[in-house]
Design a protein around this ligand. Structure first.
Ligand code: TPP
Length: 349
């Protein structure tokens, strides 16, 4: 694959540019697809992370967004539908110094891959999971997905989807995830910031990216991404800062018991001091923020909902190996096979 040659500075540290991460493959996404922006933001962010290309692996299942590894000039796999998380787990556990990334669609990750998704987060394997949420099956041409709104008319639900959707951040919290964030394809700066935060997290990082599928679900997130409506419908989460939003920064979120409510900062009754202050380390607060998605009167939170520290799966098993080796030595496969822990199968059916 032809790419631009990365520079080497005086300290022999490799300095990459975004172009170094672009492969020579023709990109086959529809013109105008939100996936282009996500690809560009990943390629723009990687140089700042200081990870050598040889250590980067991108793994995907099946779907439009799952074509991502083809377009990255790194190691990678395009695997099978819903199984990217399982394959990435194996890659990371057997090669803990690799930087492992998973790209998945909402169908791939929440439907056929739902089981693997929750166990990845529960185990806290140190990988980065980017979910491109377009609330539709793109590759298979527009069937409803587990994140599609109820009553949505699609090719597979001509009279409206009878199902209630998953809320991906709620699922990730329920699965005991340690890093949960949301961003949008149409906010490149914020998306780059979230990709960098995800990469730096020790443990599974789950980043939901609201992505426009301009062919099968165009405008699904325009309320949150377009200039005219964005500021009145999105609240940017910042650790230690009150939840303020709105075109004139005159709206805020206050807690009434456990219930989040919108307050007007110009009503002469409320001030900034009444507002909910974001705390990225609080799982309880993250659940409240995650529930905003179910209340149309509340803004869509974007940013880091939760970041907490917990040992990773691979660290724990490494510790266990060390302990067993100290106690019983490294063992020998021949001794094991010739040992007395064997059994004989007698008789037939
Ligand atoms: C085992 C299996 N079942 C079903 C399919 C068909 N299939 C391919 S991609 C896909 C859904 C893709 O949707 P999503 O994950 O939301 O990604 P997008 O294409 O929207 O990026 C389905 C159902 C398949 N390839 N393999």
């Amino acid at each position: 694959m032809e790419t631009t040659q990365a520079n080497t500075d005086l300290t022999d540290k490799i300095i990459y540019t975004a172009k170094d991460f672009a492969s020579d493959q023709d990109i086959r996404w529809c013109p105008g697809c939100g996936d282009y922006s996500i690809l560009a933001q990943v390629q723009r962010t990687l140089p700042s992370l200081g990870i050598t290309k040889e250590k980067l692996v991108f793994i995907a299942g099946i779907g439009c967004s799952s074509r991502f590894p083809y377009y990255m000039n790194t190691y990678g796999f395009h695997t099978i539908h819903g199984r990217a998380t399982a394959i990435a787990s194996g890659v990371k556990i057997s090669n803990p110094d690799l930087s492992v990334w998973i790209t998945a669609g909402d169908g791939d990750l929440m439907s056929i891959g739902g089981n693997h998704f929750m166990h990845l987060l529960r185990r806290n394997i140190d990988v980065n999971l980017l979910m491109f949420n377009n609330r539709i099956y793109g590759l298979t041409k527009g069937q409803y997905s587990p994140t599609s709104e109820r009553n949505k008319i699609t090719k597979s639900s001509p009279v409206g989807s009878p199902e209630y959707p998953f809320n991906p951040t709620n699922l990730a919290l329920g699965a005991n995830g340690t890093f949960i964030a949301r961003s949008m394809d149409r906010d490149p700066k914020h998306l780059q910031e979230m990709i960098a935060r995800a990469a730096k997290h020790h443990g599974t990082s789950f980043l939901e990216i609201l992505q426009n599928c301009n062919i099968y679900n165009d405008g699904a997130f325009f309320l949150y991404t377009e200039k005219e409506t964005k500021e009145d419908n999105v609240v940017y989460l910042q650790h230690g800062k009150p939840l303020i939003y709105g075109k004139n920064k005159d709206k805020g979120i206050k807690l009434d018991g456990f219930k989040p409510v919108v307050v007007d900062l110009n009503d002469g009754v409320h001030s900034v001091n009444d507002l909910l202050v974001h705390d990225e380390t609080s799982r309880e607060l993250a659940f409240i923020l995650s529930s905003f998605a179910e209340h149309p009167e509340l803004p869509m939170p974007v940013g880091v909902f939760l970041e907490m520290s917990r040992s990773t799966y691979e660290e724990t098993i490494e510790e266990q190996f060390k302990h067993v080796y100290e106690k019983s030595g490294h063992g020998d496969i021949n001794d094991l096979l010739k040992g007395n822990s064997t059994w004989e199968i007698k008789g037939g059916y």
